[in-house]
Design a protein around this ligand. Structure first.
Ligand code: ZN
Length: 314
C-alpha cells in the first residue's frame, strides 16, 4: 500500500466572496464544488482545484463568516506549495500578483506570498514526472498555470516524534532536513517541518485545518487498520460522498486525513458545470431551502468570462 501524495488541503476563511475571488480569478483555480461543511452544514465548504477536480490539486475552505484571523503555530501547517513549470511562470506570477496588490518574496526556486487572510502560499519550480493538474483561465496561459500541490510545511518542536508514524505507518520516505516524501503509483508530494514560532497557534481565518493524503478505494480500510494499530486514533471511515475519509492527529499535532481517489466531484454534477450551484450530499438535501437563506450568496466565478475563449489545452 502506498499513499499517492496530497489529496486536498482544507483551510478556514472568514470571507467566502473574497476567498472565491482570490483563488479563482487571481490564482486561476476552478471552483469545482460549492457545498457545505458536513459537520456543520450552516457554513460553506468550497473546493478549488484543476479543471477536473483531481485529488492533488484541491484546496478547500470552510467559511465561518467574520471568523477572527488565526495564526499558524506548533502542530499546524503554515505553508502550502504548488508546482509551476518554469522560471517564466514565476515571473508571470510575480507580475500578476503585484498587479493585484499581493506582495511576493523570491525564495530559491519559488515565490512566497499570502492569501487575503494571511495564509502562507508558495509557487515553486519542481522537476518531476507527475501529470500537471491545471485549471483553464482566460488570462493564464496553460504552461504558466498552477500544476497541483508539491508540499505542505508544518511547525513542530520535535519532528523526530512524528517520524515513526510517517515512515513506518504511512510509508513516507525521509528526504533529510525534517522532510518526507509521500509517493505512490501515480503521484507524490512532500511533508516538512520548520521550528515552531514562540507564539501559540490559533485556529482561525487564514489557517490550515487539515491535510488529506490520497488512498485508492481498495486500500482505504487497510490504511485505517494500519493507523489504528500504530496507536494513533483514527475516526471510523466517514463517507464524504465525493470520497471516503478517516482522520487522526499525527504526533506533532497536525490533523491528517486519508481520503479516497474517487468517486470524485463529477459524481453528482456534470464535469462542464462543476461548482456552479450549491451541491448537497443526498442526506443534506432536505436542508437546502434553509441553507440558501443562511449561506453568503456567491457568484459563479466563470460567468465573468462567459463568451471569452479560455486558454485551451493542446
Ligand atoms: Zn478533508
Amino acid at each position: 500500500m502506498k499513499l499517492d501524495g496530497i489529496h486536498h488541503v482544507t483551510c478556514i476563511t472568514g470571507d467566502a466572496p473574497r476567498n472565491l475571488d482570490f483563488y479563482t480569478r487571481i490564482l486561476g483555480l476552478r471552483l469545482v464544488k460549492k457545498s457545505v461543511n458536513q459537520d456543520d452544514p450552516t457554513v460553506y465548504h468550497l473546493f478549488y482545484a484543476d479543471e477536473r477536480g483531481d485529488p492533488g490539486s484541491d484546496i478547500t475552505f470552510f467559511e465561518y463568516p467574520g471568523a477572527a484571523p488565526g495564526r499558524a503555530g506548533a502542530g499546524m501547517i503554515h505553508l502550502i506549495t504548488w508546482r509551476v513549470q518554469s522560471d517564466e511562470a514565476l515571473s508571470f506570477w510575480e507580475e500578476r500578483l503585484a498587479g493585484e496588490g499581493v506582495g511576493t518574496e523570491r525564495d530559491g526556486s519559488g515565490i512566497r506570498f499570502a492569501d487575503p487572510e494571511g495564509l502562507g502560499l508558495e509557487l515553486a519550480v519542481v522537476a518531476n514526472d507527475d501529470a500537471p493538474l491545471v485549471a483553464e483561465h482566460p488570462e493564464i496561459p496553460y504552461e504558466l498555470a498552477l500544476q497541483g500541490f508539491d508540499s505542505v510545511r508544518a511547525y513542530s518542536d520535535d519532528p523526530e516524534r512524528s517520524s515513526g508514524l510517517l515512515e513506518e505507518t504511512l510509508g513516507f520516505e525521509p528526504r533529510g532536513d525534517n522532510e518526507w516524501e509521500c509517493r505512490g503509483a501515480n503521484r507524490g508530494s512532500f511533508y516538512a517541518y520548520d521550528a515552531s514560532p514562540a507564539e501559540r497557534g490559533l485556529q482561525g481565518a487564514g489557517t490550515v485545518h487539515h491535510v488529506a493524503w490520497s488512498s485508492t478505494l481498495e486500500d482505504h480500510a487497510g490504511w485505517r487498520k494500519r493507523v489504528a494499530e500504530s496507536g494513533a486514533h483514527p475516526t471510523p471511515i466517514i463517507d464524504r460522498f465525493w470520497f471516503k475519509s478517516i482522520y487522526f492527529r499525527e504526533p506533532s499535532g497536525v490533523l491528517f486525513e486519508i481520503a479516497t481517489l474517487g468517486p470524485g466531484f463529477a459524481t453528482d454534477e456534470p464535469l462542464e458545470h462543476l461548482g456552479e450551484h450549491l451541491t448537497l450530499p443526498p442526506n443534506f438535501e432536505h436542508l437546502r431551502d434553509q441553507l440558501q437563506h443562511v449561506l453568503t450568496p456567491l457568484p459563479n466565478p466563470r460567468e465573468r468570462y462567459a463568451g471569452t475563449r479560455t486558454q485551451a489545452r493542446d
